[in-house]
Design a protein around this ligand. Sequence first.
Ligand SMILES: *[C@@H]1O[C@H](CO)[C@@H](O)[C@H](O)[C@H]1NC(C)=O
Length: 305
Amino acid sequence: MIPWTLLVCSVTMFHDAVSFVPFNKRSQQYTPDSLQYTPTQIDCIDMRSTPGDYYYESEEKYEVCGFYIIADPDSLVEIEITEINVNCDENNALALVDGWELQGEYFPSPFDHKRPLEERYQSFCGNSKPHKKYISSQNVALIQFLIPFPGQNFKVNVRFIPNPRPCNVVATMEFGILTLKNFGERTNCSISIIYPEKIYLVDVDVGVSSEQPSVKPTSGLSVQCSANGKSDYVELLYGDGLDTDIMGRKIAFCGLRARAAKRGIPMGCQHSVVRLVSSGSFYNSITFSFQAMTPDEIYTSTDIC
Ligand SMILES: *[C@@H]1O[C@H](CO)[C@@H](O)[C@H](O)[C@H]1NC(C)=O
């Protein structure tokens, strides 16, 4: 059981680490074999946003631990288990998870992931290192483990590899500007921000542009997106859990708008999400900027989390 505050706290902590990212990336260009890395020891609950070698040694606690890994939005997480010493019995566990899990909820939601939930878990035990490297489907991955016995441990090498078509993304920042696209595919994609946020629409083109040049579409956003057989829309979701499928919906819209909004849409819970639903008939794109809500704004927010 990991409280949100702990995660959010870790996220805030890793902001300090963000400035070190370019350095780490550069150092990745050297062949790892030629350099002697000292692996970073991780805690039972940990979160990291930099590639490198990480190591966990049993703290003799009987509790499920989680190592939350987050890369830049346009990267995937590659994990190689380089050392493993975890007994194969029901009291021990080490699993790589495709996405994040928190209190039984997942990001990306099982509804929006191409792989079924069972396939998103890969368990490992014993003491021979697996041959295959593991690659996540989005910029977040989780290593879940229960290693209560002294002397048991594991070591992983974490790399970030470019993802030219990011779909589901956890944002690494409390403020910024991001674009979500479907590349003409039938897919549902979400950007997750683990803060109460104000969302400002910058550019919206959803349920409008297809490949064939058609009549010039009329500009404007609409909340009636299922009308006229259209099924593409953007929704803004808020809540305190990870699963976008059970979050509250602030607003849903489709249409065309190239003018940046002056007023932000407030989302007063711990988790704010922009989700793009695409039928595959359109080339959808939404660009938005986001900014943390002030404590006063959160206090006066009427969103029920
Ligand atoms: C996308 O989401 C919509 C509504 O939530 C759903 O009806 C549709 O089947 C989903 N599409 C895919 C490809 O999962």
